[in-house]
Ligand binder design. Structure first.
Ligand SMILES: Nc1ncnc2c1ncn2[C@@H]1O[C@H](COP(=O)(O)OP(=O)(O)OP(=O)(O)O)[C@@H](O)[C@H]1O
Ligand SMILES: [Mg+2]
Length: 318
């Protein structure tokens, strides 16, 4: 396993006391594989990625273990974590304009990413920057190097961000909703690019998206989060076609489909300090019974490599 989360939790100190927003997350990402993390807004996807990267915001505390090639990143001294970041693990964010510096030329920023972890002469760095921009299929890379971020389209900016992320050949790329700001055609191109970089470079990918259909198209394995928990974990195709958790079913039914009315999951995600007793989805679940409200179910394997956190899954969906 390249990355293995063992009971990762993230909490914040707030006026309501310590509030847990990611709770006991456990899953593994094999070398070179494509993992998809799904779930509605606020379920803890971004904080999970930030915890892995050691980039949690002020006031957040992570516990559990984040094993990267066997080393627990959570207990790594900050200086060593900085060394790994960018070199071994890299991340691209939702809105590339916020991560690119608007006053610096694209070429300078890509070269900076290259030079962060290894010494290169200026000429070498320039040459490598062009190669990287070519690898992310940015048209006319030599010309683009001299431009500023605002001169590029959204899709081109995301390609530049990707070039910077892969500059030092990371073993794991975390992509947090990298395409939500883009239109569907460009989205497909960027995801195809991420997948081909993964294959060429044996680089594992953790893709975060609220869109299960998109994840099912690219990921080998999908984890579905709700209220900071993993509710279902399984092979992408099977999870999409034969889901085992009512929440996953709800997400799939709420996807837009031609000629069908949208069927959103009723109700709203409760705030982390007001989660129901027992199963955290029970107050929105059409299948919930008394027992569901008493005790929180464990994530249990019901098919090979396919697990769900639901006491009724076996009887209802297997
Ligand atoms: N700085 C903070 N202080 C307190 N709570 C926070 C803070 N940042 C995030 N949270 C809470 O943590 C929870 C998870 O947030 P996170 O950003 O990981 O969700 P997400 O799944 O990425 O959502 P989205 O799909 O909207 O990006 C949310 O309930 C959010 O309100
Ligand atoms: Mg997010």
């Amino acid at each position: 396993m390249l990355l293995e989360l063992q009971g990762l939790s993230v909490s914040f100190r707030t006026s309501r006391g310590q509030v847990e927003v990611v709770s006991g997350l456990s899953f593994g990402i094999p070398r070179g594989s494509f993992f998809g993390l799904a779930g509605e807004s606020g379920c803890g996807k971004s904080l999970t990625a930030l915890a892995i990267m050691g980039l949690l915001p002020e006031g957040a505390r992570a516990s559990g273990r984040v094993l990267f090639e066997g080393t627990d990143l959570l207990s790594l001294p900050p200086a060593e974590m900085r060394c790994l970041r960018g070199k071994e693990l890299a991340m691209v964010f939702q809105e590339p304009m916020t991560s690119l510096n608007p006053v610096l030329r694209v070429g300078y920023q890509v070269m900076e990413a290259l030079l962060a972890h290894r010494p290169l002469s200026k000429a070498e760095a320039q040459q490598r920057a062009v190669e990287l921009l070519r690898a992310v299929r940015l048209p006319s890379p030599e010309l683009r190097l001299r431009e500023y971020p605002h001169q590029l389209s959204g899709g081109m900016r995301q390609r530049v961000m990707l070039a910077m992320a892969i500059a030092c050949g990371p073993k794991l790329l975390l992509a947090d909703e990298p395409t939500t700001a883009l239109d569907v055609t460009i989205e497909a191109q960027i995801l195809e690019l991420i997948d081909s970089l993964r294959r060429q470079r044996q680089m594992a990918v953790l893709l975060i998206s609220h869109d299960l259909a998109t994840l099912a198209e690219w990921a080998d394995t999908i984890g579905v989060m709700y209220a900071g928990r993993l509710m279902e974990l399984g092979p992408a195709g099977e999870l999409f076609s034969r889901p085992l958790h009512p929440y996953t079913r709800g997400l799939l039914e709420s996807l837009p489909r031609a000629g069908q009315p949208l069927r959103p999951i009723p109700g709203m995600v409760p705030p982390p300090w007001r989660l129901p007793e027992g199963c955290k989805f029970s107050d929105r679940c059409p299948f919930a019974q008394q027992a569901c409200r008493r005790q929180e179910p464990e994530l249990q394997a019901l098919r090979p490599a396919h697990a769900a956190r639901c006491i009724r899954a076996e009887e209802l969906f297997l």
